[in-house]
Design a protein around this ligand. Structure first.
Ligand code: ADP
Ligand code: MG
Length: 250
């Protein structure tokens, strides 16, 4: 068996949790003061879950999302993603993990203004050296999933906010990532368009995608299947939506 095949097989056979955060601490140093943005976070997320991480402003959501998204590494503790220890990776290794394993959706869509929608969606495939025809084919498939393939030639400023965010969802999907990470994905949208985007995320989850959604909004979090609540850098609740509702009420 050649090495490549062996590697693919061992990845396919990995059966542990998709995400393991083990006693994660993140400290920011500002002059003489230390800010404990994450303080002993332990969390496991399995493949196929739809988890919302909810917390007030300043509670440490972006810090943990940056770690989960391989945008930053913890000060101490371990982050294991699909069996790989990400916590000690260098910038190049982190960039590879981000490109191959994670699809990002941000509040502000982050589409390139001078590129047509199809090129924006195909962009993450460029780094893998895929040919243009195949990139475009996959981009169109991703656009179809969020029902916006008819706008493939539009520039971002020729689309509504909701349409741009659907484009961003397509871009997050196009590499077939292990994890879709959405940071306040409905934060800039009106309530009707928010429902539409959340429905697409739910649909993608039903199709087997793992989704982690960061929000400060309870009604958004309750669209997930599991809610993790964070306060002062620590997890204070982890359970189902029903359990969360009971806890909030009582
Ligand atoms: N780069 C940074 N440098 C210093 N302090 C930071 C930095 N990023 C975040 N913080 C601080 O860490 C804490 C958690 O912030 P953050 O993770 O952004 O929370 P949230 O996303 O929930 O609003 C806050 O007190 C914030 O001011
Ligand atoms: Mg934040």
């Amino acid at each position: 068996m050649n090495l490549m095949k062996k590697k693919q097989q061992s990845e396919a056979e990995y059966s542990g949790p998709l995400i393991q955060l083990i006693d994660i601490h993140k400290v920011y140093y500002m002059g003489n003061s230390e800010i404990y943005a994450n303080h002993g976070i332990n969390l496991e997320i399995n493949e196929g879950e739809f988890v919302a991480i909810i917390g007030k402003s300043g509670s440490g959501k972006s810090t943990i999302m940056n770690i989960i998204g391989a945008l930053d590494v913890p000060t101490s503790g371990q982050y294991i993603l699909k069996g790989k220890d990400v916590s000690k990776m260098n910038d190049n290794e982190l960039a590879t993990i981000r490109n191959k394993m994670i699809g990002f959706i941000f509040q502000q869509y982050n589409l390139l203004p001078k590129e047509r929608l199809i090129n924006n969606v195909a962009l993450p495939l460029l780094y893998s050296g895929m040919g243009k025809e195949e990139r475009n084919k996959r981009a169109m498939e991703a656009l179809k999933k969020v029902d916006i393939d008819d706008k493939y030639r539009n520039f971002p400023n020729q689309m509504s906010g909701g349409q741009q965010q659907r484009g961003a969802v397509a871009r997050a999907l196009v590499t077939n990532p292990s994890l879709i990470l959405a940071d306040e994905p409905t934060g800039a949208l009106d309530s009707r368009t928010s429902v539409e985007i959340l429905n697409f995320l739910k649909q993608l989850n039903r199709e087997g995608n793992t989704i982690v959604l960061i929000t400060h909004d309870r009604s958004v979090a309750e669209e997930a299947n599991r809610i993790v609540s964070i306060q002062d850098g620590t997890i204070t609740f982890d359970g189902t939506v029903d359990e969360y509702r009971k806890q909030v009420a009582g």
